[in-house]
Design a protein around this ligand. Structure first.
Ligand code: ADP
Ligand code: MG
Length: 232
């Protein structure tokens, strides 16, 4: 098995508080890896470190065979490591189409049609991006991350604020993309229905450390995981 992403001994502290404490994680190609844990576990911090947004962290990161430890977010993006944001960066007055075109131009790619098709954004292209529904904005955000077909996609609670129906639809889209496009996904999500329906492997963070790792059915039954959630 080849690791698409490998983080070694990742740590990040805020003052004296260790938000991420010597975490090593390896995500294999074609996986949908779930990253779960109680509030404050360090999940978003880990996503920030991996995507290059964090400062003052330590450890090493590899994307395939290449070390990307010192690279900026945009440099990582050009190498195929994309992330979605909790809040879509929408410019007032710009249409969905323009928003996508800007992202494509920045990456030097032209293949937007497949992204528009995969996320079913065809009917929304001429609408100002800030006027489309929240659920549609979440899909636009995912589409922006998928421009240029990244090899690795980091998602921090992509289904936040969506209805159960919208969440499961998003999960279906993700599952389909992973198989058709050979994208590997690391997803933070608090909706366990979404996590258990799409992930083949799960990492549990607690207090900045890895508490457990394994298949969904084992994680569900793991006594330490149950205790961590009950205690939070
Ligand atoms: P999660 O995403 O798992 O809920 P976070 O990674 O956001 O957790 O946060 C982990 C811990 O680090 C929390 O205790 C949080 O309060 C703290 N933390 C996160 N960002 C900052 C920051 N910018 N300054 C200080 N503390 C922070
Ligand atoms: Mg978070």
């Amino acid at each position: 098995m080849t690791a698409v992403l490998e983080g070694r001994n990742l740590s990040r502290a805020f003052g004296g508080f260790k938000a991420l404490d010597d975490v090593s994680i390896s995500v294999e190609r074609g996986q949908i890896r779930g990253l779960i844990g109680p509030n404050g576990a360090g999940k978003s911090t880990l996503i920030d470190v991996l995507s290059g947004r964090a400062q003052n962290w330590s450890g090493r990161i590899f994307l395939g065979d290449e070390e990307i430890t010192g690279l900026k977010p945009q440099q990582r993006r050009h190498r195929g490591l994309a992330r979605s944001f909790q809040r879509t960066n929408i410019f007032p007055g710009i249409t969905v189409r323009t928003q996508l075109q800007v992202a494509a131009r920045a990456l030097g790619t032209s293949g937007l049609a497949e992204v528009i098709d995969a996320l079913a954004l065809g009917d929304l292209l001429d609408r100002p991006a800030q006027e489309i529904s929240y659920g549609d904005q979440r899909r636009l955000d995912l589409a922006l991350a998928l421009v240029g077909r990244p090899q690795l996609l980091l998602l921090d609670e992509p289904a936040a604020g969506l209805t159960v129906e919208e969440s499961l639809k998003l999960a279906d889209i993700l599952k389909d993309l992973v198989h058709r496009w050979d994208v590997t996904v690391l997803i933070v999500e608090h909706d366990m229905q979404v996590i258990f329906s799409i992930c083949d492997h799960i990492t549990v963070l607690h207090l900045g450390r890895i508490l457990a790792e394994g298949k969904p059915e084992d994680i569900k039954r793991h006594p330490d995981v149950i205790a961590a959630y009950l205690g939070s």
